[in-house]
Design a protein around this ligand. Structure first.
Ligand SMILES: Nc1ncnc2c1ncn2[C@@H]1O[C@H](COP(=O)(O)OP(=O)(O)OP(=O)(O)O)[C@@H](O)[C@H]1O
Length: 326
């Protein structure tokens, strides 16, 4: 269990830190879902947990919100320890689950009133908060409409609104844009951005690299239950040094092409994903002739070559050897 001695210095609770997760661990039978995960989120900061499906994001969030008991480690929220029974810490959290949990035949306002009562709000205070939350999520004009008439993105935003009624200091969102069309996704992200700007600490999980890059002040990269790196986008990308991320679209034996590329000096990673060979290479442009020659030798046809500046996708590839995208 947590003791002051076991908390790394940079994770000790400071006034600005709303959430401190220390050495969290959770197994399901033989499967390790979360393995020694530690990170902190400050007031006004949006922290992204970025990882592929099954990486352990939801389990981490459920531990942090006191919905699951950890096998190891502890979470402090606003200085209060979280447990499955403690209420002080939990009352600081607004938890927005992956699944939409709304009543379709009630209006947006009625839904929020219902959830507000669950948080112990009533009378004028409840009305005031419902109005405020509708404003925050950009649905003031639609408060009297039934939820069944809403788009996917509007339902998502209302789902988020239900987690905001009790004015949490920490908002926890579990993949809030899954299944949302691109335009609504933008609206959801804009809402989330405004919460951070308003001083809330936001913990946001996603497997979309672009969302983590655009929205989050800091990102923790999670894979197989372990936090393999964290930092600002700039800090994470700096880990790659001068590397370029090269994507080859080709037909033929891609595994053989990746093998050949691995043997070329300067290429640090070569992996096959989604009908592409993905390479990480120092001064990648310089190596393109050697790559094309290798392709020709083994009879693969390269259809297109894309050389990109490193992004979080490349960081993920570098750290784990697999691509983030499904
Ligand atoms: N209740 C459970 N019982 C058994 N195994 C579980 C349980 N919940 C999660 N797992 C396993 O733990 C691992 C982490 O799952 P988790 O849902 O935390 O990942 P995730 O990153 O949130 O993925 P997704 O994006 O698909 O939700 C997976 O291998 C999953 O199968």
């Amino acid at each position: 269990m947590y003791s002051v001695e076991t908390v790394p210095a940079h994770l000790e609770q400071t006034a600005a830190q709303v959430l401190v997760a220390s050495h969290l661990g959770k197994r399901f039978g033989e499967r390790v879902a979360v393995d020694d995960v530690s990170f902190a989120v400050a007031a006004g900061e949006t922290y992204g947990l970025l990882g592929p499906n099954g990486a352990g994001k939801t389990t981490t969030i459920r531990l942090i919100c006191g919905l699951l008991r950890p096998d190891a480690g502890q979470t402090l929220i606003a200085g209060q320890p979280v447990s499955t029974t403690a209420t002080a810490a939990k009352s600081c959290i607004g938890y927005v689950p992956q699944e939409i949990a709304l009543y379709p035949d009630l209006t947006a306002r009625e839904n929020l009133r219902f959830f507000g009562r669950l948080y112990g709000l009533h009378g004028k205070a409840l009305n005031h908060r419902v109005g405020k939350v509708l404003e925050l999520i950009g649905l003031s004009e639609r408060g009297r409409d039934r939820v069944e008439s809403f788009s996917g993105g509007m339902k998502r935003r209302l789902n988020i609104g239900a987690g905001l009624l009790h004015e949490p200091t920490l908002l926890v969102l579990d993949e809030p844009t899954v299944g949302v069309d691109p335009q609504s996704r933008h609206a959801v992200m804009e809402s989330v951005r405004s919460f951070g700007a308003a001083g809330m600490a936001v913990l946001y999980t996603t497997h979309y690299m672009e969302e983590a890059e655009r929205l989050c002040d800091r990102v923790g990269i999670i894979d197989h239950g372990r936090l393999v790196a964290e930092g600002t986008r700039r800090e994470l990308v700096a880990q790659l040094g001068e590397h370029d991320h090269i994507q080859l679209t080709a037909t033929g034996d891609l595994a053989a092409l990746a093998d050949r590329c691995r043997a070329i000096e300067g290429i640090d990673r070569a992996d096959v994903k989604d009908g592409q060979v993905q390479l990480l290479a120092v001064e990648g442009r310089r190596l393109l002739p050697a790559v094309l020659e290798a392709a020709e030798r083994i009879g693969t046809t390269v259809r297109s070559v894309e050389v990109a500046e490193p992004d979080l996708e490349a960081v993920f590839l570098h750290l784990t050897g697999t691509a983030l995208r499904e």
